[in-house]
Write a protein of this length. Structure first.
Length: 245
């Protein structure tokens, strides 16, 4: 992702952003061997930036992607069992990316991939209560009481109870005795969606995460990814506004 030249200079420790702007206007900065005096100039990590004849070392460009994780893929950078991992899909991206949180091996859906560790850690922190919507195919057809329990929170184990969730039936099939259920939560406990539905008597047969905050999988098929837009990144930042920015 391209960044304004003065921002790149500031991040590299050359000077403050305002002082960097003055250096650009004074003709003291070169990009790829050419003097640049336009403050709107943008550069990437592939550009050579010189200040007063000295090449600066750029901070790694922050990258953000929305990935549609297929089933049968590990949400990790590597796997000691040799199984396919999410980073295998990003081999052509020249920075090291990590998943924000995880999806189970047999769960598909929306996963954010980035090298912005600070933002990733904040997005995963439970205090921000970021909503994530899952669609599950379950055994049996949940009753109104089952949905009520999900909405109020269910006991996951001896110590933990889930926070209130948004739950609704999208469709049902009496012949196969299955239903498609939408569940929106803001927690991220291990196997949480599967546990919640199992606790109300409806084990998950298939699970997919369809939404994270305001992000959706629209336009993507399993295994595909796209870069997040500036507005989408800003919207993620706003979810943790006041704590970092």
């Amino acid at each position: 992702m391209a960044e304004r030249l003065q921002k790149v200079m500031a991040q590299a420790g050359v000077a403050s952003r305002r002082a960097s702007e003055k250096m650009i206007l004074d003709g003291k900065v070169k990009v790829n061997g050419k003097v640049v005096t336009q403050l709107g100039t943008k550069v990437t990590g592939n550009d050579a930036v010189e200040v007063n004849g000295k090449l600066i070392e750029q901070a790694e460009t922050k990258e953000y992607f929305l990935f549609y994780k297929p089933r049968g893929v590990i949400s990790a950078a590597k796997d000691n069992k040799g199984r396919k991992v999410v980073t295998d899909y990003f081999s052509d991206i020249p920075v090291r990316l990590y998943p924000v949180g995880r999806l189970d091996y047999d769960t598909s859906g929306l996963l954010i991939m980035t090298n912005d560790g600070k933002l990733a850690n904040m997005l995963m922190h439970p205090r921000y209560k970021i909503e994530k919507t899952y669609v599950a195919k379950v055994k049996g057809i949940p009753t109104n009481d089952d949905l009520k329990h999900l909405r109020l929170g269910v006991k996951l184990d001896a110590k933990h109870k889930s926070a209130p969730a948004k739950a609704k039936i999208l469709s049902s099939d009496k012949r196969s005795d299955t239903a498609i259920v939408s569940l929106t939560i803001h927690e991220g406990r291990y196997h949480q969606v599967k546990l919640m539905l199992e606790k109300v008597g409806h084990p998950v047969k298939k699970l997919k995460r369809e939404k994270y905050g305001s992000l959706t999988l629209d336009g993507l098929t399993a295994g595909q990814f796209r870069p997040l837009s500036h507005n989408e990144i800003r919207n993620l930042e706003k979810l943790v506004e006041g704590k970092r920015f």
